[in-house]
Structure formats: structure tokens, C-alpha cells
Design a protein around this ligand. Structure first.
Ligand code: DER
Length: 232
């Protein structure tokens, strides 16, 4: 799987990050480290004058450790390119994101980018969302409202659970100080992710939803046989 992640990341960087691209968003998760590796391989001359914006703590550490210039998101309202991972991508380039609890800042940097591209291994390549990713749609909520949001999601046909820490007692807390609810929905709702996104986003207390619709220019999937599938 790691080789497949690397294949996707390298193909996306080689195609979408040229010398003219100076403002670059870096996503979160276990595939984007290969994106950063490939950017570093372009060499110091290519990276001089570039600025890299992170989508969370892990992403920021990646940029710093790679010796790339870290940008302050307050100083920019647009980016040339953002490359990010995904938990699952459907045939229309809609995706479930937030497995790493980073979807709020990830969506900010996706919105800012002229080009937003996803990179993933073959496990994420689906026809319909929810086919392979069984953990549900990650939803960032303010802690004050999580019980009400759980109840409303249930009323709307979802099966929601508050995401609890593994190496931490109590709930996972996002980089923004919020909780994450993972909600599984029936297939008929997952077939229309843009409508589902709006329904969830309108629930009081919801900060952001891990459904990325009508945002991606392309998705790159590394395959076990060493090939790369590009959906654009
Ligand atoms: O949270 C996210 O959306 C991240 O991009 C992440 O879930 C991507 O998954 P990966 O670790 O398989 O790249």
C-alpha cells in the first residue's frame, strides 16, 4: 500500500507542481508525506520563492521537517495548488475526508486553491461513497453541541458516533479544539453527497463536514501493479 501511495503522490506532483507554482497547500494523512518528498526532490532552486501552507499540525511539521518555507494562512486568500489525501473518492470526484480529523483546514485550503488534487492508494477508489470507507462521514462539531448533533443526525437516518481517542481518554479533539462525529448513512443518501453535505452543514453546532464535492480537478490512485489511475 505504501508503494501505491508513493506512486499516486509522485504522479500528482510531477503533473501539477511546476516551477510557476509558488503558493502550495499541503494536506494531511499518510499519503501526503510522499507529496512533500517529491517536491523536495525538485531541488532547492525550484523550491526557492515557494510558500507552503499546512492543513493542520501534522502537515505543518511535515513542511518544517522538509526544510520548506512555511506560510501563514492569514497572509493569503488563494493558492496555486493544494494536494491532499482522501478516505474515499467516488466516480464523480466527490470524496469522504476527515479520517485524520483535519477536514476543516483541509477544506479551507481546498477552497483557496486554483487546482485541488487528491492522492490515494487503490483502496480509496470507489464508484459510490461508503462502499469501501465504512467508518462514516467525519463531522467536526463544537463540543457544546455534540449531543444535539448526534440526535439530529440519527433523526436524519444516520448512525452517528462520537470519535473517541485511542491513546487518549475521552473524545478526539481537532486542531481547532472541536469534537469529531462519524456518521454512517444509507446508500441512497451517499449517492447524493452534495445534498447530504448541505443537510449536515445546516445542523446547528456543525463546523465542517468531511464531504468534498465539486472541488477536485483530479484524483490519482496508485495501484498494486505499479500503475496509476487518474480520474479527472
Ligand atoms: O483526513 C483526511 O482527509 C486525510 O487526508 C486522510 O484521511 C487521508 O488518508 P491517508 O492517510 O490514507 O492519506
Amino acid at each position: 500500500v505504501e508503494a501505491a501511495k508513493r506512486l499516486a503522490a509522485y504522479a500528482a506532483v510531477d503533473r501539477h507542481i511546476g516551477l510557476e507554482h509558488k503558493l502550495i497547500g499541503i494536506g494531511s494523512g499518510s499519503t501526503v508525506p510522499y507529496v512533500v518528498d517529491r517536491i523536495v526532490q525538485q531541488g532547492p532552486k525550484a523550491n526557492a520563492g515557494r510558500v507552503f501552507l499546512p492543513t493542520g499540525f501534522q502537515s505543518k511539521e511535515l513542511i518544517i521537517k522538509a526544510g520548506l518555507a512555511l506560510g501563514d494562512v492569514d497572509q493569503y486568500t488563494r493558492l496555486d495548488v493544494t494536494i491532499d489525501g482522501a478516505d474515499e473518492v467516488d466516480s464523480n470526484l466527490n470524496s469522504i475526508k476527515g479520517g485524520g480529523a483535519c477536514q476543516l483546514r483541509e477544506k479551507v485550503l481546498a477552497d483557496m486553491a486554483d487546482t485541488w488534487v487528491m492522492v490515494a492508494d487503490y483502496r480509496k477508489n470507489s464508484e459510490v461513497l461508503g462502499t469501501n470507507w465504512k467508518q462514516g462521514v467525519p463531522i467536526e462539531v463544537v463540543p457544546f453541541a455534540y449531543a444535539q448533533v448526534l440526535a439530529t443526525l440519527t433523526k436524519q437516518g444516520g448512525t452517528p458516533t462520537l470519535r473517541m481517542g485511542k491513546a487518549k481518554a475521552g473524545p478526539v479533539v481537532s486542531d481547532n479544539g472541536n469534537f469529531i462525529i462519524d456518521a454512517v448513512f444509507p446508500k441512497d443518501q451517499m449517492l447524493k453527497p452534495a445534498e447530504l453535505l448541505v443537510r449536515i452543514k445546516l445542523i446547528t453546532g456543525v463546523v465542517e463536514v468531511g464531504l468534498f464535492t465539486d472541488l477536485a480537478k483530479a484524483a490519482y490512485f496508485g495501484n498494486e501493479d505499479g500503475s496509476v489511475t487518474v480520474r479527472a
